[in-house]
Design a protein around this ligand. Structure first.
Ligand code: AMP
Ligand code: MG
Length: 391
């Protein structure tokens, strides 16, 4: 058995980094920027009014000063002339500042009578002019790699970047195995259950930016497993679920190896999730064999599969990010395997659930954290600082 961190290093050694593709800006949110992009223009492209008011020459501005209004500048409608001392231009937010204007008097500070304006007694101090290029200058870059968020999309739009280089989505095929499994919505026989963790993993992988599809459930026969493996097509990663332990019906490892899978490792010192397997298939796709127990599969998804997906996307080879908090109640002593305990974190600290059976999805759903317990750690009293994976 190898440790969790050795298993992760071995997985990273098998992980390809994917190439990039151009997508329209409107489809780039949540994708990973693959190479830096740079502004194609200055923003604002002219010095612009920040308020609705009157543009004047800054010298001479004082309570009671009067100006003659000689024209108007609105957003999208520049005023072409020059503004001299004693003159003002009616101006609106976003309008180009006319030549000669160095200050915008907000309209609240002005009384207007025909084409004459008079400044009020308590003048606002601001100049209310946004300088040319004040947001960004042409050539300014957004660095890669990074996961694009809505604010990045707005910035790229403003930079006039209409198509965006992003890492292509990892293609993942998910294969559930077991004679007892049927799909949600089907009518199970008396000795059957519904395939669940395949759907949980698909959701998790899609959230992480992968294209994840479910293969038909394979039965516990070599023929059925071989038929399912043949459907992997061009996937970058095959995830199998179940059939990876030492029972008579656990055939995934054997069939994969018969089909030419080169095994990197099998079994890790972890709870839940000991029978984890990984390797490279004959067609070059990476394979991760997850244990079947629903919580084990989901926990291994967080601990191993998500970091692999992030590495494929070019986001670096690192474990899922940990956070720290303090225990609000004691945590039990641990055995020889690293234990990922379902827990709940609140502002008061972290509390583990009493029942950690790896078949209990209801407790996983109630949990918002996995407490990471080091091998052989003693019972930890309330108040101890601990690391956890947020869920
Ligand atoms: P196995 O690793 O195939 O021995 O499966 C261990 C346990 O997980 C058994 O109780 C299986 O019924 C269950 N199991 C395996 N695959 C799934 C799945 N896709 N969804 C829900 N439970 C599963
Ligand atoms: Mg099974």
């Amino acid at each position: 058995m190898i440790s969790v961190s050795e298993a992760l290093s071995n997985l990273f050694a098998l992980t390809p980094t994917l190439n990039s593709e151009l997508v329209p800006l409107s489809e780039a949110n949540g994708r990973v920027l693959a190479s830096p992009v740079s502004a194609r223009r200055d923003q604002p492209p002219f010095s612009a009014s920040a308020m609705d008011g009157y543009g004047v020459t800054a010298e001479g501005v004082a309570p009671g000063a009067q100006y003659e209004v000689i024209g108007e500048a609105a957003a999208g409608h520049a005023f072409d002339g020059k503004v001299s001392a004693g003159e003002a231009v009616r101006i609106f937010t976003g309008a180009p500042v006319p030549e000669g204007v160095t200050r915008v008097i907000i309209q609240e500070d002005v009384t207007r009578d025909g084409d004459t304006i008079t400044l009020s007694e308590n003048l606002d101090k601001g100049f209310h002019i946004r300088p040319l290029g004040g947001d960004f200058k042409v050539g300014q870059t957004i660095d890669a790699p990074r996961v694009l968020r809505p604010s990045d999309i707005a910035l790229m739009a403003s930079m006039n970047i209409a198509s965006v280089p992003v890492t292509r989505r990892p293609k993942v095929a998910i294969l559930s195995t077991g004679d007892e499994l049927v799909m949600p919505g089907e009518t199970p026989g008396p000795d059957q259950i519904i395939a669940s963790n395949s759907f949980g993993l698909q959701a998790m992988l899609r959230d992480a930016g992968a294209e994840a599809r479910l293969l038909p459930i394979a039965r516990d026969t070599e023929a059925s497993l071989k038929a399912a493996f043949a459907l992997v097509d061009d996937a970058d990663l095959l995830i199998t679920i179940g059939g990876a332990s030492v029972g008579d019906h656990d055939l995934v490892g054997k069939v994969a190896q018969d089909l030419g899978m080169e095994r990197s490792f099998y079994k890790i010192a972890m709870r839940p999730g000991k029978p984890l397997m990984a390797g490279t298939m004959a067609n070059g796709a990476m394979m991760i064999g997850l244990p079947g127990n629903p919580v084990s599969a989901m926990v291994c998804g967080h601990v191993f599969v998500l970091p692999v997906i992030r590495a494929m996307l070019g986001l670096g080879q690192a474990p899922s990010p940990h956070q720290t908090t303090t225990l609000a109640a004691p945590a039990p002593a641990n055995g020889p395997r690293e234990h990922y305990m379902r827990a709940h974190v609140s502002p008061r600290g972290l509390v583990t659930f009493d029942n950690q059976d790896s078949s209990l999805l209801s407790i996983l759903s109630d949990a918002n954290a996995l407490l990471i317990c080091q091998p052989n750690s003693p019972e930890l009293p309330a108040g101890t600082e601990v690391s956890y994976l947020p869920l």
